[in-house]
Design a protein around this ligand. Structure first.
Ligand SMILES: NC(=O)c1ccc[n+]([C@@H]2O[C@H](COP(=O)([O-])OP(=O)(O)OC[C@H]3O[C@@H](n4cnc5c(N)ncnc54)[C@H](OP(=O)(O)O)[C@@H]3O)[C@@H](O)[C@H]2O)c1
Length: 256
């Protein structure tokens, strides 16, 4: 690997790193040389991920429920005991809820907003001291928020809270990028189109739905693990040191 893309000696936290996009990023970071922490609610999935990715390098897992303020706080306290600084924070854990407009439950709206926006803000608050310790003018610390093309396009799919939650996350990222740049912390967003995961498996497993879905994507296919991995490594490494405040669609042209 070219040194511009190496993460040797860096420490990263990937929320929701036990499956889907989070796991793609966690694996890439381990392979690029970072010490990676993943978190998710499922204790067994955490253990399995730490074992699987730990075989490739350094990976630790901590179970946490980021949907509550206490959960975020507990995670920050536990990791604060294990690390002196945090170079890379990937806020990836997210959720969705779909229902017809008239019967869309407010508890679904609140669940999506809580995890996709509030908990990301709370994670950034809690990990700021460790990020500040890592960042320098030559090598800023990185916050990478996983947004979505749903926060850019008007294609809603009855997931009424989801697009607005991601649009809010994109805007929060711009505001924080401006504020934190003087503290040597870069903030960027990866806005994925479709990638295979538990969140999208209802489409993936239905041939007709998959055909209809890919027909809407200019490249006529879903994103691949290596494509997510490569962009996430770029933003975390020397390649992304001069980038902040960017919302980067990774979507085969969908948001066009
Ligand atoms: N897949 C796509 O096509 C796509 C497209 C655009 C954007 N995204 C975004 O990409 C991110 C990852 O999505 P994905 O598709 O990979 O989803 P996924 O397969 O459902 O994975 C979600 C991850 O987040 C964790 N998680 C969920 N709720 C949590 C909570 N309360 N506290 C801590 N961890 C929690 C899950 O583990 P536990 O269940 O064990 O907690 C899991 O590790 C999300 O922000 C999503 O909005 C995905």
């Amino acid at each position: 690997m070219h040194p511009y893309f190496s993460l040797q000696g860096r420490t990263a936290l990937v929320t929701g790193g036990t499956r889907g996009i989070g796991k793609m990023i966690a694996k890439a970071y381990v392979e690029a040389g970072a010490t990676v922490y993943v978190c998710a609610r499922d204790v067994e999935a955490c253990r399995q991920t730490a074992d699987e990715l730990g075989a490739l390098g350094r990976c630790h897992a901590v179970a946490a429920n980021l949907a509550t303020e206490e959960g975020v706080q507990q995670l920050a306290t536990r990791l604060g005991e294990q690390m002196t600084h945090l170079d890379i924070l990937v806020n990836n854990a997210g959720t969705t809820w779909g229902a017809p407009l008239e019967s869309y439950p407010i508890k679904g709206w609140e669940k999506v907003m809580q995890l996709n926006v509030t908990s990301v803000f709370n994670c950034i608050q809690q990990f700021l001291p460790l990020l500040r310790k890592a960042g320098s003018p030559a090598n800023p610390a990185r916050i990478i928020n996983i947004g979505s093309v749903a926060g850019i396009s008007s294609f809603g799919e009855q997931a009424y809270a989801y697009g607005p939650s991601k649009a809010a996350l994109h805007q929060l990222s711009r505001i924080l990028a401006r504020e934190l740049v003087s503290q040597h912390i870069n903030v960027n967003v990866i806005a994925p189109g479709r990638f295979p995961s538990k969140m999208t498996q209802h489409i993936d497993r239905d041939a007709q739905a998959l055909a209809q879905d890919t027909a809407l994507i200019p490249m006529k296919r879903w994103g691949r693990e290596e494509e997510m991995a490569a962009l996430a490594i770029s933003l975390a490494s020397t390649a992304g040191a001069y980038m902040t405040g960017n919302i980067i669609p990774l979507d085969g042209g969908f948001s066009l």
